[in-house]
Ligand binder design. Sequence first.
Ligand SMILES: Cc1cc2nc3c(=O)[nH]c(=O)nc-3n(C[C@H](O)[C@H](O)[C@H](O)COP(=O)(O)OP(=O)(O)OC[C@H]3O[C@@H](n4cnc5c(N)ncnc54)[C@H](O)[C@@H]3O)c2cc1C
Length: 238
Amino acid sequence: MTTDLADLAGQATRWTTCRVDEVQRIADRLVRLRLEPASWVPGLAGQHCVIRLRDGDGCTAQRSYSLASDPADPLVEVMVECLPAGEVSGFLHDEVRVDDVLELRGPIGGWFTWTGDVTAVAIGGGTGVVPLVAMLRYAARLGLVDRLRVVAVARTLAELPYAQELLAAGAFVALTRENLGARVAAPPYPAELAAPARDVDRGYVCGSVGFASYAARLLGEVGVRSDVIRVEQFGATG
Ligand SMILES: Cc1cc2nc3c(=O)[nH]c(=O)nc-3n(C[C@H](O)[C@H](O)[C@H](O)COP(=O)(O)OP(=O)(O)OC[C@H]3O[C@@H](n4cnc5c(N)ncnc54)[C@H](O)[C@@H]3O)c2cc1C
């Protein structure tokens, strides 16, 4: 165990190269990348990596991206939303091609992780669902799906990363700008969270700064204690 943790910590601080194995552009602004690292130590579901870009003058830019891949997956999978004027997300969305080589560091993070030891409710907004997808994939592989309830929130189904996979895995999906079946467009209601949040030992919240505070408050309203809620925020002030 000690060795594993030491390996993990060492790996997280070391840069490696990775070959781009697959590029899938989804909807207008999402790209799914599958990366083959030269060196990688499997981590925990919920962790993230850092991707570093380097231009011809040696200038670098690096950003964090949650891992969607099950830790047992030999490839690293990320889902990137292209932000307006986004330096790194724009490059990853528009320019990256199969067989390009990027720099990568990770897996990183010990707080926003789930090992299946506790029953949890996890709420993600937009690309905030990405680490929850890793948790779902991990849960499916180990037969722990009854311990993880996922709630995914997005404006439309087309803008929700991994929409079909989330629905197939039984996640509750709340769309705010379009109806989904009989559900009228709206943010999730406390009543809709009551069942997934019942008797959980832990809550996970991931998304933009605004989404994270909203979702954490919602979990509080349905009885999840604030000291068991773990939050991962994306964004300029995250
Ligand atoms: C732990 C962690 C995990 C993350 N996982 C993911 C992920 O799975 N997928 C993903 O797409 N992103 C993720 N992010 C966000 C990502 O790290 C970058 O912030 C994002 O890609 C923007 O970088 P950029 O270089 O394109 O934008 P920049 O060039 O840095 O900024 C462009 C403009 O967008 C604003 N901005 C920057 N970041 C954000 C943001 N996240 N949301 C809204 N506005 C922003 C800036 O203020 C600026 O106005 C994660 C962040 C963290 C901290």
